[in-house]
Design a protein around this ligand. Structure first.
Ligand code: F6P
Length: 511
């Protein structure tokens, strides 16, 4: 990256976290900000505390200059206007329109699609497909990770009497073990199938969908296609495959796979939670969209997070970034963020095709607290890699057990951030903690559909902001294609591979 702002960033002093807190008594006010979902008193909110990162006034000023040099305002305006922001595929990226924030035409189209989806969800809940207790949702990548995460996060306490209105089983892997596990939990007489695929060509999804139809038929369901709903941007392909037009829920081509949870890909979420909660989820995300669209500089929370991400990835050479949900309900969040961030920004060329001159997306990894403390935190505290960490937790517990559980959960979460920053001196090197290790804490008041929607949208915009600062296109994913092509060649019987691959294929009896 060859511009004055970048050169300035590289030349700045790098004070320690302790020095930063000592030098600025207002640091918390500057870097820990509560985001309220609406303006009324008592509105639910989320605290975004970036004070334990190494951002300071000098770095922020230079990062704001970098944002200007990379035309952050222009690229953000183009995103929300539905312009082509994905030039390699000639597409817009209109996930925000699904939440009601975007160009007028796209918002209208998304609302029409949602209207149809709501009608189908509510009809099925009322019994239009007979009794539906189970929903097998087949999809992969963006067509699975979002629904699985949202259902796990929100369907535990929602719905009449708690729990989900319909039990959803998300199956993504082509490994038959995954589908068999779902079959074991479902009664074919009360099971429906959602086939989720933007392209309606993905081999894993189509193979799993075929197998569910066979299973239904073999278990006494006379018209298995009558139990299918298709969620896709390619309705004609779904029809060719055999789904009745009335049960195809379309979404726009301009909604990227890893950004598609808000479209009809969210159908199983609405089936599990009920439409009103799904609508609340969209509204929470919309509140974050409006914040991201209308706020400038450091006050813009996703942009602030991206500033810190750039600081660690590009200035401090951090190869990874870790996310720990101190909330069992969000255990799938690291998986979801892996696709969002690594598939979006794991790129080697700039927006205009030139080679990048440094790291792009860090490897995103993580887990759930407190479990991870007893497994991987050793490296965070004393390892040789500097790993910026995000902690995510909820002030309100997600269970009815004694408050001790939740108090100890949160105490542990906050203790980790404090320990990473403070470190500890010891004359015994094996017992010394270097400290000065960064973390950010995201603390939701309560995990509701609305706060969860805002939280996911925050990460989408953070990913976009990082792409702008890096000067890359976050909306294509050509890196996934080569492996698919070679798998197809193998399926077609080719043996023209390197000696290792050829030997493996022979050993497994595949060719
Ligand atoms: O192979 C990667 C990918 O294209 C992802 O971007 C996408 O989320 C996933 O596959 C599934 O694609 P589809 O929804 O078209 O089945």
């Amino acid at each position: 990256m060859n511009n004055a702002a970048w050169n300035k960033l590289q030349g700045l002093d790098k004070p320690t976290l302790k020095q930063l807190f000592d030098a600025d008594s207002g640091r918390l006010d500057t870097f820990a900000t509560r985001f309220a979902l609406h303006e009324e008193d008592g509105a639910p909110g989320i605290l975004f505390d970036w004070s334990k990162t190494h951002l300071d006034a000098a770095h922020v000023a230079a990062l704001e200059e970098l944002a200007e040099a990379q035309d952050f305002a222009g690229r953000r305006a183009a995103l929300f206007a539905g312009e082509i922001v994905n030039p390699t595929e000639g597409r817009a990226a209109e996930h925000t329109a699904q939440r009601g924030v975007g160009s007028e035409a796209s918002v209208r189209l998304a609302a029409e699609n949602h209207h149809r989806m709501a009608a189908i969800v509510e009809a099925i809940h009322r019994g239009a497909m007979g009794k539906v207790k189970h929903l097998i949702h087949v999809g992969i990548g963006g067509s699975a990770l979002g629904p699985a995460l949202a259902i796990d996060a929100l369907a535990r306490t929602n719905g009449p009497g708690g729990g989900a209105m319909v039990e959803v089983h998300v199956v993504s892997n082509i490994d038959g073990c995954a589908l068999e596990q779902a079959f074991a939990k479902c009664d074919p007489a009360t099971t429906m199938l959602a086939v989720a695929s933007k392209t309606f060509t993905t081999i894993e999804t189509m193979t799993n969908a075929d197998s569910v139809l066979i299973w239904l038929r073999e278990n006494g369901v006379e018209d298995p296609y009558g139990r299918v709903v298709a969620l896709t941007a390619a309705p004609e392909k779904a029809m060719e495959w055999g789904v009745d037009e009335t049960r195809i829920l379309p979404f726009s081509e301009s909604v990227g796979g890893r950004y598609s949870l808000w479209s009809s890909i969210g159908f199983p979420v609405a089936m599990a939670l009920g439409w009103p909660d799904f609508a609340e989820f969209l509204d929470g995300a919309a509140a974050m969209d409006v914040h991201f669209r209308d706020t400038d500089g450091l006050a813009n929370l996703p942009l602030r997070a991206a500033f810190a991400d750039q600081y660690y990835t590009r200035l401090r050479g951090c190869q990874t970034r870790a996310v720990f949900a101190y909330d069992e309900r969000m255990a799938l969040l690291p998986d979801y963020l892996q696709q969002l961030e690594m598939e979006s920004n794991g790129k080697q060329v700039t927006f205009d095709g030139k080679p990048m001159d440094g790291n792009t997306a860090p490897i995103t990894w993580g887990g759930v607290g407190t479990d991870a403390q007893h497994a991987v935190f050793q490296l965070l505290h004393q390892g040789t890699n500097l790993v910026p960490v995000d902690f995510i937790a909820s002030i309100a517990p997600g269970h009815d057990l004694a408050f001790d559980h939740h108090r100890m959960l949160l105490s542990n979460c906050f203790a980790q951030g404090a320990a990473l920053m403070a470190g500890k001196h010891s004359d015994d090197p094996a017992r010394a903690y270097p400290g000065d290790r960064p973390s950010a804490t995201i603390l939701v008041d309560d995990l509701t559909p609305a706060t969860f929607g805002a939280l996911v949208a925050f990460h989408e915009h953070r990913t976009f902001a990082n792409a702008v600062l890096l000067g890359i296109n976050p909306f294509d994913q050509f890196g996934v294609e080569l492996g698919k092509e070679i798998a197809k060649q193998i399926e077609a019987g080719s043996t023209q591979f390197d000696p290792s691959t050829t030997a493996l294929l022979a050993l497994a009896g595949i060719v």
